[in-house]
Design a protein around this ligand. Structure first.
Ligand code: IVH
Length: 719
């Protein structure tokens, strides 16, 4: 009997020590099977001697289910929240206030920690034994979630004996969280079982803690880091550094990324380090926290409202945000394609207010299934446009799924599926396909060169996830969109033709075609009579139109709004063909030989120049312009930056950012705004920030913007 009871205590101790090795030291000394074996033995003894079981036994993590709701619990010491800093200046001001309040000009130490994106809890240990786990609640009163807290395996039910004696009573403050990989697995499982998926790891952690049945909580991959202390009776500490090292010795998990900084500059360095390694950190963080290290200073500084004066959270720009979907509209673009767009209750994501979010096409709409009243998870990374990551369906009275419209919301023309056509030349005498083409033009050319009475062309329409307004130029949205694109900065750059003036001139039928823009000055007197068109505004308009007459070929090509022809393709066309005439005459084969142009894009381009309306429009437009043709680059090798991906950051001078971008692109570079492993060079100007840091960590070659001329002339010097 005595022997068995001794064995029982030994097993308990052994299991605890393995828990410590696993959760604190991250260095287990036994296999999972050996651990399970110990656990089985423990349970076997307990089944024979139920009277031996105490709540601290490692087997007692999943306890009994509370009856109705959680009991409330008043924290011994309030759980405070943190004030926020969003930039270096906020942080410097925080430091200045502290030094002023402490009456010193000597730098003080700050304890730096990642700001965990989880749920705050308070754990009460009485003489080393976990007696309560409480949610933060409103900071004063929380909910008693002890049974759920006990299921978290990295939270010790009894503190580990160490050189430091246990306080009589100790409130350990910290964060319950879920690692990114565990979160993904959790959601995958939920998805597979048709259960609700969680919006993010924080919601999953908080939701798991509030389960009435601890058995459910125990199945969730919750983890814990201690980040503070509340009431502590029967023990004194000097500073945070000491607290956390004692915590570790007691088996309480503490974040290994924590660090002591001896100045505000070191704090900033810590922020940058953590921000640049954020993607590689296994759990979600939303900033870092700086805390005055010394407890006597903390006491002296006190608190305002609910935040301590001695701590601040330096937040990263938020990357994900939740907001309500107010409506889903279909917007008609200049090509007639209808794009589903979610109208959102405005939300700040990464420092930018977002109230619209494109859903791209019908496939994406079906995948996300957003409905009015649902909550959308919106993500924005760097300069990238906001993206809807997933939708949390409204629980009650959910709206109907969004259906694609039958009529154009603008001109009421029927909506057609935007099929992608494939053209097959068929030998009708043998009823056999001869050759397939991505463009009608090419198929026709094939017919011309292979004259035979039995050859025919047949069109096959392949499905795409896009729908289109069939109204063409009669649809005001399409027509206005075409001209908005034509006058835009990156296109013909006519800044006097802002949207309001442009639409007024379209409505009054002054502008029916591109060339009409260039004959507006002949209608000067009539224009001046129009509402809101004074002498001066007409002057400005005419001046900016005159300025746009002289245009680089690639800009003109881009401004035509040919489907699939963006800025880069327009540049490539201009560089390869050297004149509008040559582009117009180009064959499908010529086009697919251009960098970045495949058969689909080539088909769009040749279709554009085959269309009578387009050729007529160009015939009147071209004589109005003075086109600046580039030197023909007969081969890609003539382009200094061909195939290179270059990013630009910071303030660039004396050339403007656009000038630098143009220069690089005209030599074949792909200029991006974000940095990735694929980036070849980063041009870094003044005040280059996180992109520069990221480039350094990724080993991207960095060119100081002051050396831009040397770089452009001889990039090899920088390799
Ligand atoms: S210290 C008095 N440290 O952020 C200081 N909080 O607004 C109070 N949080 O609800 C908290 N990581 O749950 C501190 N390393 C960290 C933290 C952290 C996350 C949460 C905490 C609290 C909120 C403060």
């Amino acid at each position: 009997m005595n022997k068995l009871s001794h064995r029982y205590t030994t097993i308990q101790k052994t299991i605890r020590s393995h828990d410590y090795e696993y959760y604190i030291l991250d260095d287990p000394s036994i296999s999972d099977q050996e651990y399970d074996e110990l656990f089985r033995e423990l349970k076997q003894i307990e089944s024979k001697h139920p009277d031996w079981i105490t709540p601290e036994s490692p087997s007692q993590r999943v306890g009994i289910k509370p009856e109705n709701d959680f009991a409330t619990f008043k924290h011994f010491q309030q759980m405070l929240s943190l004030a926020n800093a969003f930039n270096a200046e906020d942080l410097k001001n925080f430091n200045d206030r502290i030094l002023k309040n402490l009456g010193t000009d000597k730098q003080i130490d700050y304890f730096c920690e990642p700001k965990m994106d989880g749920a705050a809890v308070s754990l009460i240990y009485e003489k080393g034994i976990l007696t309560k786990g409480v949610t933060r609640g409103d900071g004063t009163i929380g909910e008693d979630i002890t049974s759920n807290i006990r299921t978290i395996r990295s939270i010790p039910l009894t503190l580990k004996e160490s050189e430091s004696s246990f306080p009589d009573l100790l409130e350990v403050r910290g964060e319950v969280f879920i690692r990114k990989s565990d979160f993904d697995a959790l959601n995958q499982r939920a998805n597979k079982n048709g259960e609700k998926v969680f919006a993010n790891p924080r919601n999953a952690a908080a939701g798991s803690l509030r389960q009435l049945d601890p058995a459910i909580t125990s199945g969730r991959p919750l983890a814990f880091f201690a980040h503070g202390i509340g009431l502590c009776q029967g023990k004194e500490f000097i500073d945070l550094q000491e607290i956390f090292s004692v915590f570790l010795s007691w088996g309480l998990p503490v974040n290994s990324l924590n660090k002591l900084a001896v100045s505000v500059d070191e704090c900033l360095k810590y922020f940058q380090e953590i921000e640049s390694s954020r993607d590689n950190i296994p759990f979600e963080i939303d900033g870092v926290v700086f805390k005055v290290n010394e407890l006597t200073f903390q006491k002296q500084l006190g608190q305002i409202a609910r935040s301590p004066r001695w701590a601040i959270a330096h937040k990263f720009p938020a990357e994900e945000a939740l907001t309500e979907i107010e409506n889903i509209e279909f917007q008609v673009g200049r090509t007639g394609i209808l794009t589903p767009v979610a109208k959102l209750k405005t939300v700040n994501v990464g420092g930018v207010n977002v109230s619209n979010c494109t859903l791209h096409n019908l496939d994406e709409l079906k995948r996300l299934d957003p409905r009015v009243g649902d909550v959308a998870v919106i993500k924005r990374a760097g300069d990238v446009i906001p993206k809807m990551v997933r939708v949390i369906p409204k629980k009650k009275n959910r709206a109907n799924a969004v259906e694609a419209p039958q009529k154009c919301p603008c001109c009421h023309s029927p909506i057609v599926l935007n099929y992608q056509s494939e053209w097959t030349v068929i030998d009708s005498s043998k009823s056999k396909p001869v050759k397939k083409f991505a463009s009608k033009y090419e198929a026709q050319k094939f017919l011309e060169t292979n004259q035979s009475i039995s050859l025919n062309i047949s069109e096959e329409q392949l499905d795409t996830p896009f729908i289109k307004c069939s109204g063409g130029n009669n649809c005001p949205e399409i027509f206005q969109g075409k001209f908005t694109h034509f006058v835009a900065k990156k296109a013909m750059d006519i800044d006097g033709l802002g949207q309001e003036i442009l639409f007024a001139l379209i409505n009054k039928k002054f502008i029916k075609d591109f060339a009409d823009i260039y004959s507006l000055k002949e209608h000067r007197a009539e224009l001046e009579k129009l509402e809101r068109f004074g002498e001066k505004s007409v002057d400005n308009l005419i001046k900016s139109i005159d300025k746009s007459v002289s245009v680089e070929l690639y800009k003109l090509v881009f401004s035509l709004g040919i489907e699939e022809v963006g800025e880069t393709t327009a540049r490539n066309l201009a560089n390869v063909f050297g004149s509008m005439e040559a582009i117009q005459k180009s064959s499908f084969e010529d086009l697919i030989a251009v960098p970045d142009i495949g058969p689909r894009v080539a088909a769009k381009i040749s279709d554009y120049f085959c269309d009578d309306e387009n050729t007529a429009s160009l015939e009147t437009l071209l004589p109005c312009l003075h086109i600046i043709n580039p030197d023909i680059k007969t081969s890609n090798k003539d382009m200094k930056f061909f195939g290179l991906q270059i990013a630009i950051t910071g303030k660039i001078s004396p050339m403007s950012r656009d000038e630098v971008k143009n220069l690089l692109m005209s030599e074949g570079a792909k200029v991006t705004s974000s940095i990735s492993k694929k980036t070849d060079y980063l041009i870094a100007g003044e005040n280059a920030g996180s992109k520069l840091e990221k480039a350094k960590t990724l080993g991207v070659r960095i060119v100081d913007a002051v050396d831009i001329n040397t770089f452009v002339n001889d990039p090899k010097k920088f390799s």
